[in-house]
Design a binder for this molecule. Structure first.
Ligand code: FE2
Length: 155
């Protein structure tokens, strides 16, 4: 059975962002499969990289949506995003430096962290902007218009 599953109660009211969350969950489930076998360290590395890249893309898109609907908690929310990216980026570096010695990656601590973090983030922190985003057509417009390349320019 998959480690995580998206459900309707996780919906943030913006279909593009729900789709992003489903993709993040899919990557984490893939990582759970990869880490179940020490012979799949190459796959772990790929999945970790995918998680970092997709999280960066999704957070940037989500922040555009929050800006578009004037969500007042955006600065605090951005800090949570930055903290997560920093942690996953550090793990990527650690893994690159010593794939065999990266115990944190292969022993389940990482998966528990990812599962807890994403569940909490979506259900509590992301859902805080749901009412504002759902009610504002500019939010959906911002989500649809967002391009992956924007993360290279916005810093
Ligand atoms: Fe978020």
């Amino acid at each position: 059975m998959a480690l995580m599953q998206w459900s309707e109660k996780m919906s943030v009211g913006v279909p593009e962002l729900d789709a992003d969350h489903k993709e993040l969950i899919r990557i984490i489930n893939q990582l759970a499969m990869d880490t179940s076998d020490r012979n799949r360290l190459g796959a772990v590395r790929q999945s970790l990289f995918a998680l970092l890249r997709y999280a960066e893309f999704h957070f940037a898109r989500e922040e555009k949506v929050m800006t578009a609907c004037g969500f007042p908690g955006i600065e605090e929310h951005k800090r949570a995003h930055r903290g997560f990216v920093a942690r996953i980026r550090a793990l990527n570096h650690k893994f690159d430096a010593d794939p065999d010695g990266s115990a944190e990656i292969v022993n389940g601590d990482l998966l528990r962290f990812l599962q807890d973090w994403l569940n909490h983030h979506i259900l509590i922190e992301d859902k805080a902007y749901r009412a504002a985003a759902e009610a504002n057509p500019e939010a959906r417009k911002a989500a649809k218009a967002f391009k992956a390349t924007e993360i290279w320019w916005s810093g």
